[in-house]
Ligand binder design. Structure first.
Ligand code: SAH
Ligand code: SF4
Ligand code: F3S
Length: 515
């Protein structure tokens, strides 16, 4: 299947693009909305249509400012995974382009929740917070509330919101997020809830503005959707079929990011190992990595998530030989029982997973392996659970996210009999967590006393005069330093291990060229 990619057309660029922005790399952030005739008919092609609506919203924002004496402010909240977070950066980019100011709390004029539905508690959080928002809205009649993201792809959710949370102004899903400017405009001029949720899409719209959360690191979508249909998982239903972006578009984006001062990128997809297979000119993920690695200015490359069934020897080799790909691989196990893995539709056995983990550890001895594990999948017996523990003991993960199985309506697992009783699941979960943490601490201890390169991410919020950074392995270290170090790669001695993280001190200058 080939997918339609819609990117900025050259003729469109000529009339909108302010040439001053050429050096910034992200030229779409420089597009001049004032050159758009907002009284003309909206253009039909994307993304020109969205820029037209951004210009319309901006006019509305100016009017608001004239009336109220201040610009309207917005607040975005991400509830889900890295892909969800990246989407929120797109929402923020559009709101800022439209002239909104960023608020630091939900008491804002426009609040948008980018939701997640992977587990029930993600949904519950949203409903809880909506109650609070309602209170704010009663105090601020200008306030608009929007919901988007994975949860909105579920018809039952949209129904419930319309029935019980009628104060929500805008609802849209994952497939039409590129239309946000147009939907924002519709919500601004409407008294009623605007709802626009699509069942799917083949479109990948390029060149919309976005606002990065960090100046020095960035996620980069390489694919959308998922075709794996693990039997417990709702993602393929709410994110649609797998669609890869064209490698040229991805590399162009990374070059732009590098030109803008980004040193670390994280390539994002639900199953990056199957990247490129559905493109007209197919390309392998390992090949994309090699091409990304050549981009000057990018010092670190991460990616998320790798499905064990598709992880190639070529990828292991590329990682082993790379100077830029981080020494970290997130390889979700889900269960250590081959019987449960089969029921989960994961398409690998316990033995295959163990062999793969061993191969990776051998080829890349300093790799940090992390994982996801679900406890209490339907039919999971004590024996199955012990198998999972055995894999944990054998692979010795640097870290593991452990989840209690959550029944997602519409997935095959939801219809499976033999749901495991809550108390049994809770007991297994606690036992697993204990083992996982013990091993993670032991693994981290092995690094104590070594010197590692660290990308400084932020000043420490609790210890003044300290900064916090990440190793290539994704471990966290705190060490004395100030805001001037943020974004730099430093050599740090890991003096003391405190469980999952380290206390250290800088022992070397930052990488050349970053000073
Ligand atoms: N695409 C990634 C995972 C995305 S969801 C992959 O396949 O690895 C992130 C994690 O949430 C999954 O790895 C899984 O461990 C967990 N998860 C997904 N659905 C779940 C459910 N119904 N109940 C509990 N955990 C779930
Ligand atoms: Fe869900 Fe499986 Fe797809 Fe991951 S690979 S998103 S767990 S269906
Ligand atoms: Fe959640 Fe959607 Fe990500 S369901 S985990 S936000 S893809």
């Amino acid at each position: 299947m080939s997918h339609k990619t819609v990117r900025l057309k050259t003729h469109f660029l000529f009339w909108l693009y302010d040439r001053k922005g050429e050096k910034s790399g992200e030229m779409y952030n420089e597009i001049d909305l004032d050159k758009i005739d907002i009284h003309a008919e909206p253009p039909m092609e994307e993304p020109a249509r969205q820029y037209y609506y951004m210009a319309k919203c901006r006019e509305w924002v100016r009017e608001f400012e004239r009336k109220n004496g201040h610009r309207p402010c917005f607040f975005t909240q991400t509830f889900g995974c890295q892909m969800n977070a990246r989407d929120s950066e797109k929402l923020t980019g559009i709101l800022k382009k439209a002239g909104y100011a960023e608020a630091d709390s939900e008491e804002a004029d426009f609040v948008i929740y980018n939701t997640c539905t992977v587990r029930e508690n993600a949904n519950l959080k949203v409903y809880g917070r909506l109650g609070v928002l309602h209170g704010y809205k009663k105090k601020n009649p200008n306030m608009k509330i929007a919901l988007c993201g994975c949860m909105m792809q579920e018809p039952s959710v949209v129904e419930k919101i319309k029935k019980s949370y009628g104060f929500v102004d805008l609802i849209f899903g994952t497939h039409n997020i590129f239309k946000f400017a147009e939907l924002l405009w519709a919500a601004l001029i409407s008294e009623r809830t605007v709802t626009d949720v699509w069942d799917g899409t083949e479109q990948v719209v390029e060149d919309l503005p976005l606002e990065r959360k960090y100046s020095f690191k960035s996620g980069v979508n390489i694919m959308f959707g998922c075709n794996n249909f693990c039997s417990y998982c709702i993602v393929p239903y709410v994110r649609g079929r797998e669609r890869s972006r064209e490698p040229e578009d991805i590399l162009r984006e990374i070059k732009g990011l590098a030109a803008d001062g980004v040193t670390e990128i994280m390539l994002l997809g639900q199953n990056v190992n199957s990247y490129g297979k559905t493109l007209k000119t197919p390309i392998r993920f390992a090949e994309l990595l090699q091409r990304a690695e050549k981009i000057e200015g990018i010092e670190r490359i991460r990616f998320m998530t790798s499905h064990p069934k598709d992880l190639s020897d070529e990828l292991i080799q590329v990682m082993a030989e790379s100077k830029k790909i981080c020494r970290h691989l997130h390889l979700p196990l889900q269960s250590g029982s081959s019987r449960i893995l089969k029921a989960m539709n994961r398409k690998y056995t316990k033995e295959q997973y163990l062999a793969l983990a061993e191969k990776i550890r051998k080829a890349i001895p300093d790799i940090a392996l992390t994982t996801d594990i679900i406890v209490g999948f339907p039919g999971e017996t004590e024996e199955d659970f012990l198998e999972t523990l055995k894999v944990v003991w054998t692979v010795r993960f640097e870290s593991a996210f452990t989840f209690i199985y959550s029944k997602r309506t519409g997935t095959p697992a939801a219809a499976m009999e033999e749901q495991v009783p809550e108390d049994v699941v809770k007991d297994r979960f606690d036992r697993l967590l204990h083992e996982v943490q013990k091993i993670a601490n032991e693994r981290a201890q092995l690094l104590t006393g070594t010197k590692q390169m660290v990308l400084v991410e932020e000043t420490n919020s609790r210890m003044t005069d300290y900064v916090t950074g990440r190793l290539s392995s994704n471990h966290v270290v705190h060490f004395p330093g100030d805001a001037s170090l943020v974004g730099k790669i430093m050599q740090v001695s890991l003096d003391e291990c405190r469980g999952f993280y380290f206390m250290g001190r800088a022992t070397g200058a930052s990488l050349s060229g970053l000073e």
